[in-house]
Design a protein around this ligand. Structure first.
Ligand SMILES: Cc1ncc(C[n+]2csc(CCOP(=O)(O)OP(=O)(O)O)c2C)c(N)n1
Length: 250
């Protein structure tokens, strides 16, 4: 019998270490589906970050390189410049990208590096125990803001994706979410656009994916999806911020 549906080839068939309800697995799958659709498995190189997705190299069925915390865009830059015919993507958490790696991501976007960044925003440092990140929302409780994030004490949450959209070298910039099937389908479309932007040589592309962390949020998987929708989306609005055709905020 002909198989009509199966796992993407660009993903290895093995269980992940992610917590129940964590959305890293969904995002991995969407990236792998896009790699399959574009037929670029043999020439894709992924950069694994430091954070919960540190073992991403065990899950993708493409060449992978590990980067030090926050340095994935710099490593991706080096690989893409040496091997310009490859499709290079960096996979980064919000602590990785917006905190320790803030300089790397801003300058990679500004230089217009022809790389794709998948930015997984779960509002905190997941792997190390749920500490506050630049993306933590005001009033949100984390292990380092147990009374809730306060602007006077901890500063404001950082919308780094909006900042990156201002970079002249950034060609495709979008924010999406994976809290329900409709939005998972939109996330897939955005990841596809970002990869296509790179393949067309148009410049830097980034997709921020709003994600859950049930373990550190102290919520069930279902409650986490609701929390994301009710708290994250109002502050981090979804949409394409910049696209090669000149598409703006919508
Ligand atoms: C140079 C360096 N500093 C700090 C750490 C500790 N560390 C490991 S993971 C992590 C946070 C990761 O958070 P995030 O990027 O948001 O990813 P998540 O785990 O939430 O997916 C930190 C601070 C490290 N490994 N290396």
């Amino acid at each position: 019998m002909k198989q009509l549906f199966g796992p993407p080839r660009a993903l290895q068939e093995r269980p992940t270490h992610y917590c129940p309800g964590c959305t890293h697995g969904i995002i991995h799958r969407l990236i792998a589906e896009v790699i399959d659709e574009l037929g670029v498995q043999e020439k894709t190189i992924g950069i694994a970050p430091v954070g919960c997705s540190v073992f991403a190299y065990d899950y993708f069925n493409v060449d992978m390189q590990q980067a030090a915390h926050g340095r994935a865009p710099a490593v991706a830059t080096g690989i893409k410049r040496v091997l310009p015919d490859r499709v290079v993507f960096a996979y980064q958490g919000d602590g990785d990208l917006a905190s320790i790696g803030a300089a790397e991501i801003i300058h990679a976007a500004s230089r217009g590096e022809k790389i794709t960044v998948i930015f997984v925003n779960n509002t905190l440092y997941g792997m190390t125990g749920g500490q506050m990140a630049p993306t933590t929302l005001l009033t949100q409780k984390t292990t380092t803001s147990p009374l809730g994030r306060k602007e006077g004490q901890h500063g404001f949450p950082l919308k780094i994706t909006e900042m990156l959209a201002l970079a002249a070298g950034a060609a495709y910039v979008a924010r999406v979410s994976v809290h329900n099937p409709t939005h998972i389908a939109r996330t897939r479309k955005s990841i596809l656009e970002a990869f296509k932007t790179q393949i067309a040589g148009r410049g830097f592309s980034i997709v921020e994916v709003l994600s859950t962390c049930p373990t550190n949020w102290g919520l069930s998987p279902l409650e986490s999806l609701k929390w994301l929708e009710e708290n994250m989306i109002p502050f981090y609005p979804l949409g394409v911020l910049k696209a090669p055709g000149g598409e703006g905020m919508k």
